[in-house]
Ligand binder design. Structure first.
Ligand SMILES: Cc1cc2nc3c(=O)[nH]c(=O)nc-3n(C[C@H](O)[C@H](O)[C@H](O)COP(=O)(O)OP(=O)(O)OC[C@H]3O[C@@H](n4cnc5c(N)ncnc54)[C@H](O)[C@@H]3O)c2cc1C
Length: 305
C-alpha cells in the first residue's frame, strides 16, 4: 500500500508514513522504501511509538542519513527519523545538553556562542548528534565521545536509561557496548562537557574549518562523506588516488575527482547498487595494488532489490 499523505493517529504526535521512500532522507539521495517511517514529535512520542510496535518489528534509527547507504530494496520494519529542527539545546550545570535530533553543526555553533571550546569540529559534520554518537564522528583531532558526560538511550521495549562513556567501548568511528554487544538502543540525548573557550576564537575556527571543507570536499554533489576509514598510519584517499581511481564510475556513481575517499552521485541517477559495486571495486583494487584492505566507514542498511 502506498501512502504519501502524513498520518497522525493512535495518540502519536509525530508523522507516520507507510512504504515511504528513503532516498530523500539520505545525503547520497539513494535508497528504497521503509515499511514504516516515523518522525517523532519528541522523545516521549518516540518512546510511545516504540512501545506500540510489535516486539518482532525491527527498528532502524536514521539521523540526517549522511553516513548510510540504504539499499534499493529498502528497510523492513520501522525507520525512526530523528532529525528535528525543533530539538532542544541547553546549557545547565556546566554541561551542554542536546537532543539526539539536533544537527551537529548547530551544536557546534551553540557551544561556541556559549563560550565552549572543543565542539568546533562538529560544524563540518552534516549529521545529527545521535548519528555522531553512533559513529563516534570526528575530524581535525576532535571526536564526539571525547566530550560526552552522559547519554540518554531508549531500548527496544521503550524504556529510557542514562549511560556514561564507561558503558561503551569507544574507538575510531566505532561504538559498541562494553560487553561487546552491538548498540541495540537509540540515543535520544547527550550531555557534553566542553572546556571553557573564547567565543571569537571558536567562531573563527568554525569559519576556517568550513572554508577548508569547501575547498577539499565535493559538497555540491550528493555524497556521504568518507566512504572508507583511514587505515592505521595512512589515508584512504591517498591510497585510492594512488591506484588511479579518481573519476572512476559505475552506473551513476563516481569516485570524486576532488577527494578520492568520496563517492558522488552527480546526476542523482545512481542506484544504491551502483554505489555498493563501486565501493567493492575500489576496495578490491586497493587491496590488489597496495595490499591494504580498506574498511568501509559508511553503514550499509536494508535489502538489495
Ligand atoms: C560532506 C560530509 C562530510 C562528512 N565529514 C565527516 C567527518 O569529518 N567526520 C565524521 O566522522 N563523519 C563525517 N561524515 C559522515 C557523517 O556526517 C557522520 O557519521 C554523522 O555523524 C552521521 O550522522 P547522521 O545523523 O547523518 O547519521 P545517519 O547517517 O543517519 O546514521 C548513521 C548510523 O548511525 C545510526 N544512528 C543514527 N542516529 C542514531 C541514534 N539517535 N541512535 C542510535 N543510532 C543512530 C544509524 O542507524 C546508522 O547506523 C560526513 C558526511 C558528509 C556527507
Amino acid at each position: 500500500m502506498m501512502m504519501h499523505e502524513p498520518l497522525v493517529f493512535g495518540g502519536l504526535r509525530g508523522t507516520l508514513l507507510r512504504d515511504a521512500p528513503l532516498a530523500r532522507h539520505t545525503t547520497w539521495r539513494v535508497g528504497g522504501r521503509a515499511d514504516v517511517l516515523y518522525a517523532p514529535a519528541d522523545r516521549d512520542d518516540l518512546a510511545q511509538f516504540v512501545r506500540g510496535l510489535p516486539a518482532s518489528t525491527p527498528i532502524t534509527a536514521l539521523g540526517l542519513g549522511s553516513n548510510v547507504l540504504v539499499r534499493d530494496g529498502g528497510i523492513r520494519g520501522a525507520v525512526v527519523l530523528l532529525h528535528n529542527p525543533g530539538a532542544a539545546l541547553a546549557v545547565a550545570d556546566g554541561l551542554v545538553y542536546a537532543d539526539a535530533g539536533v544537527a551537529s553543526p548547530k551544536l557546534a555553533r551553540f557551544a561556541a556562542m556559549h563560550g565552549c571550546a572543543g565542539a568546533e569540529f562538529l560544524a563540518g559534520i552534516p549529521g545529527t548528534v545521535g548519528g555522531a554518537l553512533a559513529m563516534n564522528a570526528g575530524c581535525y583531532g576532535g571526536e564526539a565521545w571525547r566530550h560526552v558526560a552522559r547519554v540518554e538511550t531508549l531500548s527496544r521495549d521503550g524504556t529510557f536509561a542514562v549511560r556514561t562513556p564507561a558503558d561503551y567501548a569507544i574507538g575510531y568511528r566505532s561504538v559498541t557496548r562494553r560487553d561487546g554487544s552491538a548498540l541495540a538502543e537509540v540515543f535520544t540525548a547527550a550531555w557534553f562537557r566542553f572546556p571553557t573557550g573564547d567565543i571569537a576564537t571558536a567562531r573563527g575556527e568554525i569559519k576556517a574549518l568550513l572554508a577548508r571543507r569547501i575547498a577539499t570536499q565535493p559538497l555540491s554533489l550528493p555524497n556521504a562523506g568518507s566512504v572508507f576509514r583511514n587505515p592505521p598510519g595512512d589515508y584512504a584517499a591517498r591510497l585510492i588516488e594512488s591506484c588511479g581511481l579518481k573519476g572512476f564510475a559505475i552506473g551513476g556513481a563516481r569516485v570524486s575527482e576532488l577527494h578520492a575517499n568520496f563517492i558522488v552521485n552527480p546526476a542523482r541517477r545512481a542506484s544504491a547498487a551502483d554505489i555498493e559495486r563501486l565501493i567493492a571495486h575500489v576496495r578490491s583494487v586497493v587491496q590488489a595494488t597496495r595490499g591494504v584492505d580498506l574498511l568501509p566507514e559508511v553503514r550499509v542498511l536494508g535489502e538489495p532489490q
